[in-house]
Ligand binder design. Structure first.
Ligand SMILES: NC(=O)c1ccc[n+]([C@@H]2O[C@H](COP(=O)([O-])OP(=O)(O)OC[C@H]3O[C@@H](n4cnc5c(N)ncnc54)[C@H](OP(=O)(O)O)[C@@H]3O)[C@@H](O)[C@H]2O)c1
Length: 333
């Protein structure tokens, strides 16, 4: 009894005070993209728009009047989201197209369909992503790349390059690539070509998620450098730690009782992470804010430019990665 009253008297207030500081520092301090910019007549693609921050990003863009293409691998989930977005925004220009970023053939088919059916593309949001923990060790894509790196980087690399001409013809010309703070944990990428198998020579270890996110930052940087003359704006970003389904795969994977751990940790994640709306704000800022035009190639966090890791600022590494990615995806560049 004495123990219980001590907890109520001392431990609980301390925990509440600590949480208050945490909340103030990491959650309440999140910035929101409040501009009322309108996107009537503009077309946007969001990859992985059926879930998490991709869904909220698509919803916001649809509210602004854009034609929004949800590029997703799960058509049923995507159709449900499209229906919700249409009914809540009144925007009927929300369409679903199939895209599986873990297959170069699917990326090519998707891009071909877009080029044949769309007369413009103003903004491409490379949002989709998979977490390493969700994959079995050694999992590979249909093209025999490490699954996480192949999906998160090679898929978006090929997609962006195939859509580049259409993007450059448009008014806004923006490519936004959703990376992660996890890129800072990436070890030095091994770009040697000792092993000609692309599946192995970049990332033969478990650090594939941080490496894929480092590749996202380097890709955005090199794209900006290459496209400076065309006026295309390319940025990358960390969206924050957000309570989205991606954590289900991570938490469950580490658990001996799959399916249960996620629900046990959910209240904690709900308290400590930001929500999906807050998590979509830096993407919207990079896609729509006028000031970002001066920061092409840069990395953002919390709606502001942010310094990425040392590797992520290495222009030679960015160029090497570009060459390796062209070889891997069969692009002539
Ligand atoms: N949540 C965080 O704390 C956090 C932190 C840093 C960075 N990020 C990044 O934010 C982005 C969005 O993640 P999220 O948190 O919103 O997670 P999410 O809810 O799991 O969304 C990920 C999306 O990517 C899609 N996707 C996965 N593999 C795909 C493939 N092969 N082809 C096409 N689409 C595919 C998923 O489709 P399915 O629904 O079919 O699986 C889903 O729509 C990711 O790039 C992630 O790395 C998230």
């Amino acid at each position: 009894m004495a123990c219980l009253s001590a907890i109520i008297k001392w431990v609980l207030p301390i925990l509440v005070a600590l949480y208050g500081v945490y909340y103030w520092q990491f959650i309440a301090s999140r910035r929101y993209f409040t501009s009322d910019v309108v996107l009537d007549g503009k077309t946007v693609i969001v990859t992985g728009a059926n879930s998490g921050i991709g869904r909220v990003t698509a919803l916001d863009l649809a509210k602004r009047g854009a034609r929004v293409i949800l590029a997703c691998r799960n058509l049923q989930k995507a159709e449900d989201v499209a229906k919700d977005i249409k009914s809540s925004t009144g925007n009927s220009e929300v369409v679903v197209r199939h895209l599986d970023l873990s297959s170069l053939q699917s990326v090519r088919e998707f891009a071909q369909q877009i080029i044949e059916t769309e007369d413009r593309l103003d903004i491409l949001i490379n949002n989709a992503g998979v977490a390493a923990a969700a994959m079995k060790a050694g999992a590979v894509t249909k093209d025999n790349f490490d699954f996480v790196f192949g999906t998160n980087h090679f898929g978006h690399f090929l997609l962006t390059n195939l859509l580049l001409d259409l993007l450059k013809k448009s008014a806004l010309k923006r490519v936004v690539t959703v990376s992660s703070l996890a890129h800072e944990r990436a070890p030095q990428p091994n770009m040697t070509r000792e092993d000609p198998s692309v599946a192995n020579f970049l990332y033969p270890h478990l650090e594939n998620y941080p490496l894929s996110k480092l590749a996202n930052v380097l890709f955005a940087r090199e794209l900006a450098r290459r496209e400076k003359a065309s006026g295309l704006i390319s940025t990358s970003l960390h969206p924050g730690a957000i309570f989205t389904p991606i954590w289900k795969t991570i938490v469950d994977h580490r658990s001996p009782i799959r399916g249960v751990m996620y629900y046990m940790f959910s209240p904690l994640m709900w308290m400590l992470f930001i929500d999906e709306t807050a998590g979509a704000q830096t993407t919207l800022h990079c896609a729509l804010d006028e000031s970002v035009a001066e920061f092409s190639g840069k990395y953002f966090d919390n709606c502001a430019e942010y310094e990425p890791s040392t590797f992520a600022q290495d222009d030679e590494l960015a160029k090497e990665l570009w060459t390796v990615s062209c070889e891997a995806t069969g692009l002539k560049c």
